[in-house]
Design a binder for this molecule. Sequence first.
Ligand code: TYD
Length: 207
Amino acid sequence: MFITFEGGEGSGKSTVIKEIAKRIADSGREVVLTREPGGTPIGEEIRNVILEKKNTAMDPRTEALLYAASRRQHLVEKIIPALKEGKVVISDRFLDSSLAYQGMARGLGMAEVYQLNLFATEGFEPDLTIYLSLDPEAGIERIEANPNREVNRLDLEKISFHELVHKGFEELTKENPHRIVKVDASKSVDQVIEACWEAVEKRLRWR
Ligand code: TYD
């Protein structure tokens, strides 16, 4: 089973993912926790190029291609082999991030970015995607309140960019009700974890 977590900045994704991975492991399944961009040595090198703050000259299509390149390597080197071994794979971000960030927010078009990614994924999709939905202003406030935060090139975008990311994820949720479960991330961490766990447990029981 392949589960992805999506959401804008400050949605609490990393905290929630750690707890969900722990609960799946406690239920007796092997879990692989990974992330995008990155997840493999080649992917992590690509990640540095994409997120490096000095790379302000990066063209939006270059950015979309680099995310897709990182995704391709991630899929063939890590995700598919782990799934073949019967493990549950959880990825912090996947294809939907490219559709929301590059497709919607950068203005490349969600359909176009999906087409580009088909070359990388050959149509491979998550079994379940949990989208942590949060008003972008609230997300940015949370991030700014965290003194240990790392700031990357995309964090430096204006609020209007993050509003578009949010709009992209909301549209994707409407278009993919069979795959994407939306969770209200403005609730307390415990409530968010419970809502995510309910969605994951339901799918695990089907298997
Ligand atoms: P990261 O520090 O992992 O952010 P977060 O904690 O918010 O997940 O940085 C990843 C950044 O890359 C984040 O701003 C979202 C962005 N992104 C894209 O724009 N497109 C993509 O396809 C992916 C996977 C991430």
